[in-house]
Design a protein around this ligand. Sequence first.
Ligand code: ADP
Ligand code: MG
Length: 154
Amino acid sequence: MLASKPTYRTTSPRQTRELAKAFLRSVTPRHRHATVIGLVGELGAGKTTFVQGAAEGLGLRVRMPSPTFLIQRNYPLPRTAAFRTLYHFDWYRIHTKRELDTTEFFRILGSSHAMVLVEWADRIKRYLPKDAYIIHLRHGKDSHERIIKLPPMR
Ligand code: ADP
Ligand code: MG
């Protein structure tokens, strides 16, 4: 039987960012390949907001735009971070492996210094590493409510 994931409820973008920061603190780098976090949820569910919180948690102090029209953005991280580079992917427009091949995704996967966050990760889930963290986000009843399922935090 599959254990159900801990479920959180946030009522503001700030709370979602704080949850992302807390989650990031529980993530330790993989030894042989990139650490990957896949975000799954409809438009407006808070995927980009979660990525922004994760970036803050890694010491990044830039305004992160939603890369929906860009597919990939790279951010060098401060030396104090557990990773060297944060890669922000948005697979909204990606549907096939051939399209994914036009990005650096597979090369990046080989780097244990990489933190990779993927929006719309369910588009082609089979190309995520088996040990990727999967996070589900959805709208709640109120307009600022979001229901977020995270892998258990250690
Ligand atoms: P996605 O990347 O999933 O399309 P975004 O993070 O870009 O979603 O957008 C989420 C939108 O919802 C933002 O406009 C944000 O201000 C708003 N919002 C309202 N409440 C929340 C919440 N609790 N968590 C995250 N975003 C929220
Ligand atoms: Mg987004």
